[in-house]
Structure formats: structure tokens, C-alpha cells
Design a protein around this ligand. Structure first.
Ligand code: PLP
Length: 229
């Protein structure tokens, strides 16, 4: 792990000051491709709240190798319907719910496991076809369905910003998600505390737009040497 974590903390604090905010911003350490040894080091940092993994299989192996982890693990990558059961066993929270079919499956599995699964709905605010997430036009239909699923607990929303240097476009994407969550809170009466947006390259802009959870990998651990989606 790089020794960047003091700097990350400072940058988060500075962005909060710039945004005039004093509320809690959760920190998800994105540990995809990282070893369990690296994760152990990251968990020692007092303000690391969660691990974020994007592949069920990778996370399964790491959970088995790291059973003493005391923080919760979140699935932040796209989830295929046929991996919903395994994901429900391995992860504490599933942040990438993006279809009625997936929500239906997760709810049924949670019912069988006699538990409630905390979830986020992922929204594609960038319009990039390579990105997962429900299209903004289809969001309210998915929301209406999810709130009827007794074994799912909707904690908020997630998005991945567009891949561009254009700060305005990035901020627009985050502002769009904030607008969506505000409407959703009003229409459902749910608290939905988690607005998960912002990664290594854009977390300060996300904080300015109201993010309450940043997901950071590269800045914390260094560059990834093999790519995952
Ligand atoms: C990989 C990933 C991140 C972290 O990206 P970095 O640029 O390494 O900080 C955050 N969110 C999701 C959904 C990811 O897949």
C-alpha cells in the first residue's frame, strides 16, 4: 500500500470545507485486485469503513483467506443474476442492483436465508453504454419495485461518473444522481443515507455534489496492474 492515506484524508476534509459540509462521508476502500495482506493494512486505517470488491469469485477467495476482517464488504461491480446467491452469502451489502430481475432474485434468496440484504440501486448517469446501472428513465420503475421487496433494505444509490477530463460533465452526472435520490427520498419516505459517488479521479467533485460515500482504490493502494471491469 502506498503511504498516501494521510493525503487522501486531508483532501476529503478540504473538499468538505469547500462544500460547506460537516456530515459523515463513508470511505470504501476498493480492494479489487489487491492481496489480503494489502487489505489487512488498509483495515488498520481508522477511517476506512468498508471494502469494495467487484467480482464475486475474487471476493469469495479473499473472504475465506481473511475471515477476521471486522469491516463490511460491499459488492460494487455488476452482478449477474446467476451469481446472486453466492454474492448474497459473501457480501454484506450489494451496491449494484440495476434491474427488477436481479432485485427479485436477491429478495427471494434473502427470504430463504432469513435475512435482509442492504442494497443500493446503481444508476447510469454518464450515458456510457459500457457502464452498468439502470438508465435514469427507468429508475422510478425499479425504485417502485424495490420498495415492495421486504427482504431488501434500500440504503441509497450509486453511480460511476463519466470517463472525461471535463469537470462540468462529471459534476452534472453527480448532480443528476443527487437530484434522483432527493426525489426518491421524498416519494418513498426512506432515509437512504448513502449517495455513493466519487473515485480516485473525481471524489472531490463528488463531495461538492453531495456524495456521502467515496470509493477509492488507486489512490490508496497504488496503480492496479491487471485490469478488471
Ligand atoms: C474500480 C472501481 C472504483 C475505484 O476506482 P479507482 O479509480 O481505483 O479509485 C470505484 N468504483 C467502482 C464501481 C469501481 O469498479
Amino acid at each position: 500500500m502506498t503511504q498516501n492515506f494521510e493525503e487522501i484524508y486531508e483532501r476529503i476534509q478540504n473538499a468538505k470545507i469547500k462544500a460547506g459540509r460537516n456530515d459523515k462521508i463513508f470511505f470504501t476502500a476498493v480492494s479489487k485486485t489487491r492481496t489480503v495482506e494489502e487489505m489487512r493494512e488498509a483495515e488498520k486505517i481508522s477511517w476506512v469503513d468498508f471494502f469494495g470488491e467487484n467480482r464475486v469469485q475474487e471476493a469469495e477467495g479473499k473472504r475465506a483467506a481473511y475471515p477476521e476482517s471486522k469491516i463490511q464488504w460491499r459488492l460494487i461491480g455488476h452482478l449477474q443474476n446467476n451469481k446472486a446467491r453466492k454474492a448474497s452469502e459473501i457480501f454484506d451489502c450489494i451496491d449494484s442492483v440495476d434491474s427488477i430481475e436481479l432485485a427479485t432474485r436477491l429478495n427471494r434468496i434473502a427470504d430463504e436465508l432469513n435475512k435482509q440484504i442492504p442494497i443500493l440501486i446503481e444508476v447510469n448517469t454518464s450515458g456510457e453504454v459500457s457502464k452498468s446501472g439502470v438508465a435514469p428513465e427507468k429508475f422510478s420503475q425499479l425504485l417502485d419495485f424495490v420498495v415492495t421487496q421486504k427482504n431488501l433494505r434500500l440504503d441509497g444509490l450509486m453511480t460511476v461518473g463519466p470517463l472525461t477530463d471535463d469537470e462540468k460533465k462529471i459534476r452534472n452526472s453527480f448532480a443528476q444522481l443527487r437530484g434522483i435520490i432527493e426525489n426518491a427520498r421524498a416519494s418513498t419516505g426512506l432515509t437512504m443515507p448513502i449517495l455513493s459517488m466519487g473515485m480516485s479521479d473525481d471524489f472531490e467533485l463528488a463531495i461538492l455534489e453531495g456524495s456521502t460515500m467515496v470509493r477509492i482504490g488507486t489512490l490508496l493502494f497504488g496503480a492496479r496492474f491487471y485490469s478488471t471491469k
